[in-house]
Ligand binder design. Structure first.
Ligand code: GDP
Ligand code: MN
Length: 398
């Protein structure tokens, strides 16, 4: 589950990580109130207005703007709230902005220039340990840094039993070129950041930029926080932060129905049992020249009710021009699935407007094929995997 920037920062701050402070607002009047309150609390005279959507690259897309007066806070907030913000990480049409974070300006002038670093905490799948990834090249696209100047990205693996050690935090601060007070601040920053990561069962923290202010404070200007869904049951306070407006409607509905569904961009709807078979089905569709519209694992009980729910969910996507049902009957018998498909089809009447190709293999596959073939419905049966994919291409070509 993804958190908004402001939620992530509050989480970090509750573990002692210094942050750029801010107050969230969902209209421009509240934005001005927030700005006034921040001015009282922090002494700031300039503010940044930051669109809160679940996507990065907001700055480039015009979703992060500096305001030098309360009038500018109002006008900038008014223009950002309600806009469809397009960034390299949003869908092509953008994402609607429902709220802005009014944050203190932390790039104020002083003895030194402010400096931006990159820092993330994530699982190193190679070593099976959490690692801290960091770089002096903050503020920009870390993928570009990784491509052009990979030697500027450092990693530090953390022993799961020992946690982050003092020498590791110091090494990170040194590698970032820090000294004096900034070095001390960075040690505290990294240590509390790692503690926050472990204690919130996060799967990703990405802080870009981490800022060294002109007076040598170290703080998080941005936050991308992803919490492991499987751990949410023991973090009720974090689970409550879920913002369904940010999520794909069809995925939310599928999840509520207990289906494992991921929306994709193609035109071939897939209904499959088992994640592995679902992946190979998507591969085969692509190899045959098609594009999967979704990943959908209906799980072990592909009965009529479930098959119908799955059809309804797949058909909510207007891009779907054909549906491929690919079920392997191991524990679940193919003839039962076939009956499920037939019943669901009959129940749904005119709701099904696209051709359906069904491939059932395994227990009672012969009986299943016979059921489908004799049903008189507009359902095309196939026995082999490749044959099914070819039939999908044929119906799409017509
Ligand atoms: P992102 O574009 O979605 O990654 O959003 P960020 O929170 O990282 O903000 C984008 C950029 O806005 C940062 O890299 C900074 O350059 C700039 N920015 C953020 N906070 C401030 C601030 O307090 N003052 C100024 N002048 N710029 C800021
Ligand atoms: Mn950022």
């Amino acid at each position: 589950m993804n958190l908004h920037e402001y939620q992530g920062k509050e989480l970090l701050n509750s573990f002692g990580v210094r942050i750029q402070r801010g107050i969230v607002a969902d209209n421009h009047k509240k934005a001005v109130e927030a700005a006034k309150q921040l001015a009282t609390e922090t002494g700031t005279g300039w503010w940044v207005v930051k669109a809160q959507i679940h996507a990065g690259g907001r700055g480039k897309g015009g979703g992060v703007k500096l305001a030098k007066s309360l009038e500018e806070v109002a006008s900038i907030s008014e223009s950002i709230i309600g806009m469809m913000l397009k960034t390299p990480q949003t869908p092509p049409q953008g994402k609607k902005v429902h709220q802005v974070l009014i944050a203190e300006d932390v790039y104020y002038p002083g003895d030194n220039e402010p400096e931006e670093y990159y820092m993330s905490v994530l699982l190193n799948r190679g070593t099976g340990r959490n690692m801290i990834m960091y770089s002096t090249e903050g503020g920009m696209d870390i993928e570009a840094v990784a491509e052009k100047t990979p030697h500027l990205i450092f990693t530090e693996d953390i022993d799961p039993l020992l946690g982050i050690q003092a020498f590791q935090a110091r090494k990170i601060a040194f590698n970032l070129g820090l000294s004096g007070n900034a070095l001390k601040e960075m040690i505290k920053f990294v240590t509390s950041l790692y503690t926050a990561f472990v204690n919130s069962d996060a799967s990703l923290f990405e802080i870009n930029p981490v800022l060294k202010t002109s007076d040598d404070k170290i703080l998080a200007v941005d936050s991308k926080v992803v919490i492991d869904d499987n751990a949410l049951y023991r973090h009720k306070n974090l689970a409550a932060l879920r913002d369904l407006r940010e999520e794909n409607d069809i995925e939310v509905e599928a999840h509520a129905a207990g289906l494992n569904y991921v929306d994709l961009d193609g035109n071939v709807g897939c209904m499959v049992n088992g994640a592995g078979l679902a992946m190979s089905t998507m591969d085969l569709i692509k190899q045959s020249g098609g594009e999967p519209a979704n990943f959908l694992d209906v799980g072990g009980t592909a009965d009529a009710k479930r098959v119908e729910t799955a059809f309804r969910i797949i058909l909510k996507d207007d891009n779907v021009k054909a549906i491929l049902v690919n079920i392997f009957g191991g524990i679940v018998r193919c003839d039962r699935v076939a009956q499920g498909v037939i019943d669901a089809y009959k129940n749904m009447g005119d709701a099904i407007k696209v051709p359906i190709i069904v491939r059932l293999q395994g227990t009672n596959a012969v009986e299943a094929k016979q059921l489908i073939d004799e049903s008189g419905l507009d359902v095309i049966s196939a026995t082999e995997f490749q044959e099914a994919a070819d039939k999908v291409q044929q119906v799409l070509a017509n």
